[in-house]
Ligand binder design. Structure first.
Ligand SMILES: Nc1ncnc2c1ncn2[C@@H]1O[C@H](COP(=O)(O)OP(=O)(O)O)[C@@H](O)[C@H]1O
Ligand SMILES: [Mg+2]
Length: 256
């Protein structure tokens, strides 16, 4: 038997009422993440990925099924899981450093220690010298990196990232995914990552769950056998290409 998952989603369904109509967002979704794993959810827009992260974070309750934390379906997850939602949600009236230490501040941890740690990490996140800037003074990429640093500083056991590179142009995105890889290899938190970018998914993940269009169901689960540490150069390897083709096929985008 493998290690017990830190997080498991068991046959979870979720619907919404929209203008009096029932919209089924997720249908019997099951997945898991073990300690230190990088798990990715990929699927078309509207298939319920963000809804699933809201459920995992404990912000929504499933209609059916359950979500267990370390095998306990009753465990509270609010406050034990770091969450970077799809919008960066930096507070516009707070300077960068004050935004970044928001998590530790809410957790009532040592404020000075949190600020020191954040300052030490600014260069790694490409934010050195910007600690006094307001969000509107920063580029989209910088705001996303700041939101990511804020999420990681909360030091939760599981981190949910909803399209953290979504707002970036293709070139910045390539640099950022390589950087994200390095960050994760350093922090090694259990990650549940959402993207609709196939290359990004293969490069980063230990395992990928492919979703159908709404209502979101898992059509395919793919372990990624590429060794670690990984690098951008691996995109040319046969294993990488085979994984990419398999995901494109599962998404219904394959040629043949
Ligand atoms: N709070 C909500 N109220 C009503 N409908 C919602 C709500 N959240 C999501 N939905 C609907 O559920 C479906 C899945 O949305 P979402 O989880 O945002 O998908 P994704 O993140 O994969 O793009 C969409 O049809 C969306 O409109
Ligand atoms: Mg979404």
């Amino acid at each position: 038997m493998g290690p017990e998952p830190i997080l498991s989603v068991e046959a979870v369904s979720k619907g919404f009422a929209v203008d009096g109509r029932a919209v089924q967002a997720l249908q019997r979704v099951s997945l898991h993440a073990c300690e230190g794993e990088f798990v990715t959810l990929i699927g078309p827009s509207g298939c319920g990925k963000s809804t699933l992260l809201n459920l995992i974070a404990g912000l929504l309750e499933p209609d059916e099924g359950q979500i267990a934390f370390r095998g306990d379906g009753q465990a509270t997850r609010l406050g034990r899981i770091g969450y970077m939602p799809q919008k960066d949600l930096l507070l516009p009236w707070r300077r960068l450093l004050d935004n970044i230490v928001l998590g530790p501040e809410i957790q009532r941890r040592d404020r000075q220690a949190a600020r020191r740690q954040a300052l030490e990490l600014l260069p790694l996140f490409g934010l050195e010298g910007f600690q006094e800037s307001y969000p509107f003074e920063l580029s989209g990429g910088m705001r996303q990196r700041a939101a990511l640093l804020r999420t990681l500083l909360c030091e939760q056991e599981v981190v949910l990232l909803d399209e953290p590179l979504g707002a970036l142009d293709a070139l910045t995105r390539r640099t950022m995914r390589d950087w994200l890889l390095q960050i994760w290899e350093r922090f090694r938190q259990t990650m549940i990552f959402v993207t609709h970018d196939v290359d990004e998914a293969v490069l980063l993940s230990d395992r990928i769950y492919v979703f159908t269009p709404r209502p979101g169901r898992i059509v395919h689960t793919l372990p990624i056998p590429l060794p670690r540490p990984r690098s951008e150069a691996m995109v040319a390897e046969p294993t990488f290409i085979a994984c990419r083709d398999e995901i494109l096929h599962a998404l219904g985008l394959g040629n043949g």
